[in-house]
Each structure stands twice: as structure tokens, then as C-alpha cells.
Design a protein around this ligand. Structure first.
Ligand code: GCB
Length: 610
């Protein structure tokens, strides 16, 4: 599909709200490379007692006339309000509420946030409130006016406040509802912790009246990889720009410079030759300063250029076959707990990945903080990024599909300029039935339309064993470029050594074993047949590698999981204590024997062929 058509789809998509969602006009790309006013810090909060009495009117509609008004109780005169942010306690933003307020540890309802902020709006500028992520549904008011609603706990959104701000003191109120929804993404059951709240950075960004809100700069994707290709292509979208608005693209270090003009949709499509180019790869994680300018707006991003494709059953990066030495990662903050959302969290996770000799990470099971992809770009770690279609989803509902498409677009739009991201995943372990297959096939095709330069995958489960054979025939595989296969032989089924005789048969596509593993509590030692010991965890992996090494199409392994992570469903006292213990490292950062095992396997490349 030609790039400009793909772009058009993207823009139309972002302007089309999912059913039941208020339209968001844009989503600002590269926000971490703009000068912003951070609204991180202490916010007042009030708990909306179940079932969201202040937020919802009887029929489920949003109440704009309760806490959103941010009024105060009268001390003299008539009785009026029975809430008060001014005297309410404070909570840090960003963060989940669970790990901050002991009484809210298991709270999965509505929390109201409020803070004052100063503004000095300048004529000819626009201001947006940017929210990195809020789990799960959010409703936002500035100076008592509702400016946006958003559903989805792991993608960013921007709400325009230009016409509402006044000089001096303003205030923002945000209600975040972490209630699980049957028709949510994910649905009500999942194996991680439902950290609620404003879990990522919140900021105000001021831009000129017409400004660059989206762009895509990538190596031209030729029919075949051409080693001498230095053609860069993409688009710059200028919001509300008249057709013919000029956009300058300048990549000084690559000797690439051009000017393009916007079309009627605000898209300036361009192609430019670079004088020289070091392609991004795990060995050479080179990023270039890319300067974009249109009218009064300027933005510089750091972007790497590379080619990723499939050739038969191989995965090629810049024309070279590669084996993915991976690990799964949840967005669980090392040592301190809670959601990953700081430079320090990300630095710690990447120090583990480097120490492990990994070249790949699957960011399970939802888009992570953008710092992760930035760090991956700098560190040469390839990334799998996924939307939270986890197991049971209401695949029969068109409104759920609409939500899914919105989430997919938000994920791709935020991270399409990150060279580290090589795979978009549409789902994890969904049951093989025609309704789900149609839904996810459409979604995979949508992803491919939005971004024809990357590979599409999904983690599938099954098949039913046939003696010692496992013949993978899930029709969803037809829609994928790379098959992700999850299996827990040696833990949820069979004994570890029984893996040795199992034979997998896959369609002729590259295969990643996207999950496999066993639980062990750090420091718990015993015989290899003893559950929950570090010794057994290693033994499970040893037998797994015997089995996996026999798969001819194996192009990567992704053990589950880098660190122990909180999960509401893991309740064996003393062993789990609310944590899934399949980590190679404990939540406190202690390395189990399996970490050392994979460190060696990866260092000496003892698994798989590229
Ligand atoms: C799976 C899921 C993952 C779980 C894991 C487990 O198959 O994809 O989210 O955490 O198994 O530990 O059971």
C-alpha cells in the first residue's frame, strides 16, 4: 500500500473515535523531545466510593457537575458540597495508587485527581494536556470543562486546552477508573496486577497554531533489501495546516535534507537520499538527529534506520539472518515495585537485559513507557510491542474491535520511529475459534496497513498434543509474518524431561517461542524434581532447549519472564505471596540460577540458528 494512503488511514483513524469514546483530535508524537511543562508531582486525590458515585450518573453517563467542579464546602451560609480537594491528601504523579497508599493496595475503582497549575497563554499558540498513560478509563476536566475521555491503560493521549486556559491559576481534575470491564482490553481476567491511576508522565505542551503532531521517517522499504540503499522516506503531518505548507526535513549527520509540502490532509510526504548511513542493528545501535521544521514549529528526534523482513523462515535485519535471544518483560518497576515510569526503572531493566546478553525483549502484554523503546534504540535491543488482547476478549463485539483498532493506532503512532521495534503483536493466547480468528486477522491486516515496514506477530497457544507431536495449525498463523508460540511443558503440563521427546511441527514461517518457563522462589533450593526450587526452574529450561533446538524454523526464544511480577491470582503463601515467580530475577533484583543459565546460553550462542 503506498505510504501516503497508509498515512491517510492513520489520520482518519485517529480522528474517528471508538464507539463510546469522545473524539481526540490528535496524539502528539515525539512529546519527550519537546519542551514541556511537567505536571508531575503531588496531586490531591479523593476516592470515589464504589460504584463511582461521584463519577457516574445512574445510567452510566459521566457526571460533569460533581467533583469535576472542584468547589469547596461552605463554612458559612448554605450547605453545598461534601468533598474538598484543597484539604484532601496528595499522591505522586506519575505512579499507581496501589503502591502509594496502603489502603488502596487492592483498590480497583475510581480515583479523582486534582491539581492547580499556572499558565500564561500566548496568542497564536495552542496548548495540550498530555497524559502518558492512565489505567484504565480517564475523564479529564480543566477549569470545570470536560476536555476528553480516554479508554485504555497503556497508551498516551492529548487533550487540547487552548480555549479553556486563562492567565494565572488554572486547575485540572482527572477521574481514573480502574474497574475491570468484560468488554475492556484486556477483559476481566489477566495474570498481572491492575495498577490504577495516572501511571505515566503528565505534562502541558504549548505549540504554534499549526504544528507537527505526527511523523514517520524510515529507510525506504524496497521489494528486496538493497545494501546500498540510503533512501529515507516517510511523512510529516502538520495539524490544521493549509495544503502547500512547507516542511523541512534535515538529518545533518546523514547528509540528508529536503523540503516537502503538505497535501489537503496536512501530510507532507517525502523521500530523500542520505549521503551515508550506518544502519541500526543490535551491534550498531546508531540513531541520527532528525530535525523537522514547519512554520514556527521545530522538533528534533533521534531515529535509527534499518530494514527488517522475513525471507522464508528466516528473519533478516539489514539483509542478515538473526536469532532473537530474548526475554519477556512486564512493566513492573524493579526493586521499588509499581509501574515502570522513571529513567531509573528503565536503566535498571536494561542493565539486566545487557547482563543477560539478550538482544531482544518482548514487552508483555501492553505498550510500556516510551522510555523503554528509547532505551532499546540506544542499547541495541530489538523489541516486540503488543496490545493487551490477553486470552478472553469480547471478539464478537464490533465496539471492542473499534477500541482495539484505536489502541493499535495509538501504539504504532507513538513508536513507529523507534528502530528497535521490529514486531507488532496483536494478541496473546486467544482461543482458536472462527470469530476470534476473523477479528485478529482483520487487526493484523490493519497493523500491516498502518505500518508496512514491520513484522506482525501474535503469541498463540496449543495445539492439543497428538502423541509426542504438536502440530501447530491455528489459522491465525496465516495472518502473521512471525509465529509466536507459548507453551509451558514441564510446568503446567508434563514433567520437565518429557519435553525431550516432543516434536513440534509449524507452518513454514519463522517461529519464536514467545513464552516458556517455570516458577521458583529465589533462595529456595532442593532437588530438580522439587517444585518452586531454583534447581527445578533451571532443569525445566534445560529440557526445553533440547526440545526447541529441534524446531527447524526456530528464530528466537523468549523465556517467561525477566522478573517476578505482581499478580492478583498468585496466592500461595511463602512461595508466591501475590507474585508470579517465573522470573529469572526476583522482584527485589536477586538473580536466580536461571538468569546465570541464560546468560551463558546467550553469551555462547548455544541455542538456535539464524
Ligand atoms: C501465560 C500468559 C502470561 C502468564 C503466564 C504464566 O501463558 O501469557 O501472561 O503470566 O502464562 O505464568 O502462567
Amino acid at each position: 500500500i503506498p505510504r501516503n494512503i497508509a498515512t491517510l488511514f492513520l489520520c482518519l483513524g485517529l480522528m474517528m473515535p471508538a464507539l463510546g469514546q469522545q473524539s481526540l483530535k490528535t496524539l502528539l508524537v515525539g512529546i519527550d523531545h519537546r519542551t514541556v511543562t511537567s505536571l508531575n508531582g503531588d496531586w490531591h486525590y479523593l476516592v470515589d466510593q464504589a460504584p463511582g458515585r461521584a463519577l457516574y450518573i445512574g445510567n452510566g453517563e459521566i457526571n460533569d457537575r460533581s467533583y469535576a467542579l472542584n468547589e469547596h464546602p461552605n463554612i458559612v451560609g448554605n450547605h453545598n458540597q461534601e468533598y474538598d480537594f484543597a484539604t484532601a491528601p496528595t499522591i505522586a504523579v506519575p505512579s499507581d495508587w496501589n503502591t502509594q497508599v496502603p489502603q488502596l493496595f487492592n483498590y480497583e475503582g475510581v480515583l479523582w485527581y486534582q491539581r492547580d497549575f499556572d499558565a500564561q497563554p500566548k496568542p497564536g499558540t495552542r496548548t495540550f494536556l498530555h497524559i502518558g498513560a492512565a489505567n484504565y478509563r480517564s475523564h479529564v476536566w480543566v477549569n470545570q470543562k470536560r476536555i476528553c475521555d480516554h479508554e485504555g491503560g497503556f497508551t498516551p493521549f492529548d487533550c487540547e486546552v487552548t480555549s479553556i486556559l486563562h492567565a494565572g491559576s488554572n486547575f485540572v481534575v482527572i477521574a481514573v477508573d480502574a474497574t475491570r470491564l468484560v468488554d475492556g482490553i484486556p477483559s476481566v481476567g489477566y495474570d498481572w496486577f491492575n495498577y490504577g491511576g495516572l501511571t505515566r508522565d503528565v505534562s502541558l505542551v504549548t505549540v504554534p497554531a499549526t504544528f507537527i503532531d505526527d511523523y514517520d521517517v524510515h529507510l525506504a522499504h524496497k521489494a528486496q533489501f538493497e545494501p546500498d540503499n540510503t533512501e529515507l522516506t516517510g511523512y510529516v503531518h502538520v495539524l490544521d495546516a493549509p495544503a502547500g505548507t512547507s516542511v523541512a526535513i534535515d538529518i545533518p549527520e546523514a547528509g540528508a535534507k529536503t523540503v516537502a509540502r503538505t497535501d489537503a490532509n496536512g501530510n507532507a510526504v517525502f523521500t530523500v537520499k542520505a549521503a551515508k548511513l550506518t544502519l541500526w542493528s543490535p551491534e550498531t545501535p546508531k540513531v541520527y538527529k532528525v530535525n523537522l521544521a514547519s512554520g514556527d514549529d521545530r522538533l528534533s528526534d533521534d531515529i535509527g534506520f534499518r530494514d527488517i523482513r522475513v525471507d522464508g523462515t528466516r528473519i533478516l535485519i539489514n539483509g542478515k539472518a538473526i536469532f532473537l535471544q530474548g526475554v519477556n518483560v512486564h512493566a513492573e518497576a524493579p526493586i521499588r515495585g509499581g509501574r515502570v515510569n522513571t529513567d531509573q526503572d528503565v536503566a535498571t531493566l536494561f542493565s539486566y537485559l545487557k547482563d543477560l546478553n539478550a538482544n531482544f525483549a518482548r514487552l508483555a502484554h501492553y505498550p510500556h513507557d516510551e522510555r523503554m523503546e528509547r532505551a532499546a534504540d540506544r542499547n541495541g535491543i530489538m523489541i516486540w510491542s503488543e496490545i493487551p488482547n490477553w486470552q478472553h476478549i469480547s471478539f464478537d463485539k464490533p465496539e471492542v474491535y473499534a477500541k482495539d483498532v484505536t489502541m493499535l493506532r495509538e501504539m504504532i503512532r507513538r513508536d513507529r520511529n523507534k528502530a528497535s521495534v521490529i514486531l507488532w503483536s496483536v494478541s496473546n493466547e486467544t482461543s482458536n475459534d472462527p470469530t476470534r480468528t476473523k477479528f485478529l486477522t482483520n487487526l493484523a491486516n490493519e497493523a500491516r496497513k498502518l505500518d508496512p515496514t514491520r513484522l506482525i506477530t501474535s503469541a498463540v497457544l496449543g495445539p492439543k498434543p497428538n502423541g509426542n507431536e504438536r502440530v501447530v495449525n491455528d489459522p491465525l498463523c496465516d495472518a502473521l509474518d512471525v509465529i509466536g508460540q507459548n507453551e509451558y511443558i514441564g510446568w503446567y503440563e508434563l514433567n520437565p524431561e518429557e519435553a525431550d521427546k516432543i516434536q513440534w511441527i509449524f507452518p513454514q514461517k519463522p517461529v519464536l517461542i514467545s513464552e516458556f518457563g517455570a516458577e521458583a522462589k529465589f533462595g529456595n533450593h532442593g532437588a530438580i524434581n522439587q517444585r518452586w526450587t531454583e534447581e527445578q526452574q533451571v532443569d525445566v529450561f534445560k529440557h526445553q532447549l533440547i526440545m526447541l533446538n529441534k524446531i527447524p524454523q526456530l528464530r528466537g526464544i523468549i523465556p517467561w519472564v525477566l522478573m517476578d511480577f505482581r499478580s492478583t491470582t498468585r496466592n500461595i503463601p511463602k512461595l508466591q505471596d501475590g507474585f508470579n515467580r517465573k522470573g529469572l530475577i526476583s522482584e527485589a533484583g536477586e538473580k536466580k540460577q536461571t538468569f546465570l543459565y541464560f546468560q551463558k546460553i546467550y553469551k555462547e550462542h548455544l541455542i538456535g540458528k539464524a
